[in-house]
Design a protein around this ligand. Structure first.
Ligand code: ARG
Length: 547
């Protein structure tokens, strides 16, 4: 809700006080002829009191005190009240954009989370892009944001891989990420085929988890190689993630026995086939059998659930989170539901925890994105092809190519799947990143030819008013994204701004107009440029000055 919107709402509520306490139901008007805002409160009240809504509307309007902000209110149709802001009200709102104060609240955002010894894939792209945008938006809206890159760097597979390395007599140092991935595949086959090797691998996991120096050194090398590779992708992508944000699964190793102990003390654990499990009411498989959270496996090892439970405790107790956000694909919905429920039952989680779930990236065939051979598409290759596609733009190829990919990801409702279609992503028309970047660059060029803009002083044309009205909604949109964690709302808003801008260009001359009109329109352009620049910045998208 913008500041204007809330002032108007209060005034309407005051005018309706004689009827009771009502939600003013103030909405942006759907058509220019209905003014800037409209409310159907009179219809609501009329229905309740069984009185003609138009009469109620007339009484509301006579009570309404809005002369300082609006034109005289109009009653339309069955009893709608339409409000049109005075040009000076709009101008003042554009000239004094709202800012946010610190909310004194910490939000932990768990995102990106690639896995060691594996290439990052499109799922990690989504998590990284959405997570970054949310961190930017939350920060802008006044939250203290703590980024946590929950890298997958722990588990039984490292026992297998290290044992395989030792058997093959290869130095850990000789392997790059590609090599690690192949090593993983060899060790997996070996593990499945050879019981003797499997036993050794299991012992190796115990050595790793209990801190045996030689084992740890080899593991650390695998982690380093992988993180260095992830950093290259992050660099190309341009993310807000730093190495210091990496708090991988392994970071919780020492807390795991205590997680078990405390759950056990509370009587929440049951032994099932040698594993320690928590069975929570309401969680059942398709066949109706109870679903466990496996806290400790039958071989004594800890898995994904145990580290996530420890992570919750760390985030609440040590990081003092007021809100925890997990940006992870939709397939893990049940996992997080169970982890949150168990953590709440155990008394570890007393703040909101949200799974910011997202859909799958699809290939041109409408199936999950894979290489022709059915393998995972490497994220670096994908990003490089986007930069390549935008390379006719020379100096801005990276900004445009990467911006196009990010915008395509962010602009559809994150719950939906989308097809990775580079041609559509880099298009200069429609709701795309390059379209918004171009709108920004064009404004920059225009403003470079104009004197320093001062203030918007007149808004006579409908196209000017429409653009100005949209600009006043920026802060409210950011706040809404901070609440709903849906970045596409910001994209939809920015696209509306850019579209209103092009109507404004068509209907109002800027540089070739004169006097106060010219100065005011230049200021309106400057305010628009600022909104586009800030908005793209929040989405993690660069806004080059020229394109
Ligand atoms: N590494 C996991 C994966 O690639 C995602 C981790 C999500 N975060 C978490 N706290 N479990 O699927």
């Amino acid at each position: 809700m913008s500041a204007l919107h809330s002032v108007l709402s209060q005034r309407i509520q005051a005018a309706a006080a004689a009827f009771g306490t009502y939600d003013p139901e103030l909405r942006s008007s759907t058509k220019p002829e209905f003014g800037h805002y409209q409310t159907n409160l009179a219809l609501r009240i009329g229905n309740e009191l069984k009185q003609p809504p138009r009469e109620i509307a007339a009484r509301l309007v006579s009570e309404l005190q809005l002369d300082d902000l609006c034109e005289p209110p109009e009653i339309a149709g069955p009893g709608f009240i339409n409000l049109t802001l005075l040009p000076q009200t709009l101008a003042a709102a554009v000239n004094n954009p709202e800012t946010f104060e610190s909310k004194n609240q910490k939000v932990v955002v768990d995102y990106s989370q690639p896995n060691v010894a594996k290439q990052m894939h499109v799922g990690h792209l989504r998590s990284t892009v959405i997570g970054d945008a949310l961190c930017n938006v939350l920060t802008f809206a006044g939250y203290d944001v703590i980024r946590q890159n929950h890298v997958g760097d722990w588990g039984t597979q490292y026992g297998m891989m290290i044992e395989q390395l030792l058997e093959e007599g290869i130095a850990a140092e000789s392997l790059d990420l590609e090599g690690l991935q192949q090593l993983y595949e060899r060790s997996r086959k070996h593990f499945d085929a050879d019981g003797n090797f499997a036993d050794k691998a299991r012992l190796r996991v115990v050595a790793l988890q209990s801190g045996d120096p030689e084992t740890r050194a080899m593991w650390r090398h695998m982690v380093e190689v992988s993180l260095n590779e992830f950093d290259k992708v992050y660099e190309l992508l341009g993310t807000g993630l730093q190495r210091t944000d990496v708090v991988g699964e392994s970071a919780y190793n020492d807390d795991l026995p205590q997680v078990v102990e405390e759950l056990d003390k509370q009587g929440l654990l049951t032994e099932s086939d040698g594993a320690l499990c928590a069975f929570l009411p309401g969680f059942q498989g398709r066949d109706g059998s109870p679903l466990p959270v496996i806290v400790r496996k039958s071989d004594g090892g800890f898995g994904y659930s145990a580290t996530d439970l420890a992570a919750v405790r760390h985030r609440v107790n040590t990081l003092h989170a007021d809100r925890i956000v997990y940006v992870v694909d939709h397939r893990q919905a049940l996992h997080f539901d169970m982890i949150f429920t168990l953590a709440r039952t155990a008394g570890w989680l007393d703040v909101p925890a949200e799974h910011v779930s997202f859909g799958t990236v699809l290939g041109p065939n409408g199936k999950p994105f894979k290489t022709r051979e059915g393998g995972t598409v490497k994220l670096v290759d994908l990003l490089n092809s986007a930069v390549q596609r935008a390379s006719d733009r020379e100096s801005t190829a990276r900004a445009v190519g990467i911006g196009a990919v990010k915008y395509a990801d962010l602009s559809s409702d994150r719950g939906n799947d989308y097809v990775f279609d580079l041609d559509r992503m880099v298009a200069m028309t429609g709701n795309t990143g390059p379209y918004l970047q171009y709108a920004h660059a064009r404004l920059t060029r225009l403003l470079s030819k104009a004197p320093q803009a001062t203030e918007v002083t007149q808004l006579t044309e409908p196209a000017e008013q429409r653009l100005a009205l949209l600009l006043t909604g920026f802060a409210a949109t950011v706040e809404q994204v901070a609440e709903t964690l849906q970045p596409h709302r910001l994209c939809t808003y920015l696209y509306a701004v850019a579209s209103a801008l092009s109507v404004f260009y068509e209907q109002c001359s800027v540089l070739s107009s004169a006097g106060e009109t010219r100065a005011s329109r230049i200021a309106l352009c400057a305010a628009t440029r600022k909104v586009l620049q800030d908005g793209l910045g929040l989405l993690g998208i660069e806004a080059p000055d020229a394109m």
